[in-house]
Design a binder for this molecule. Sequence first.
Ligand code: BEZ
Length: 235
Amino acid sequence: MNENQVIAMPKIGDKAPEFKAVTTQGEINFPSDYEGSWVILFSHPADFTPVCTSEFMTFAVMEEQFAKANCKLVGLSVDGLYSHIAWLRTIKEKIEYRGMKDVEVKFPLIEDITMEVSKRYGMIQPGESSTKAVRAVFFVDPKGIIRTIIYYPLSLGRNFDELYRVLIALQTADEFSVATPADWRPGDDVIVPPAGSCGVAKDRMEGKEDIKCYDWFFCTKKLDKDTVLKKLIKK
Ligand code: BEZ
């Protein structure tokens, strides 16, 4: 890639750009190695920095929770492999933070000293920093399609409950052919597609289906928490 070449940032609905990379868990081919799983590809600005350390500890502690929802984690920064290894070792051996200690980061952390991957994924945002990646989060589905992208600036640690909520909401939308309203969590009502005909819309408005309509364009139905969790979460 030439320095002046402008590459379009990936967008929701795009196939995740392919790359091969060296990581703390060996070489990976992205996204093909993750076919059949959801994967969260996320970047952090730099190893041995406090916000990133708090984030890595949190993600590592939640890794099993994400795995039970068929989701793998892959980190990236523009640091080299030996820096990654030393930082992750320091986290395990020395850092105790908010009840988390002896935390082992088992998911791969990509070295990207050439910035090839981070530039391809729009993780280098020069208004914020031209030498560090911002805190980007790409949710990629089992077919390798980007389904959600979230960016945070350098100073702002991510909300990992929200990242998990996004994953479960995306999976719920796929599995149950619904949409999820503001602040949705499993057990809350979900949004059903608009009625296909006036007759159905009228039935809905009159409460003839198990659907609640706030107006013709805004209808919800119950979706039991157990039904969602049974479908999406491995025991
Ligand atoms: C941090 O992770 O603490 C951090 C990294 C880069 C810039 C600012 C904060």
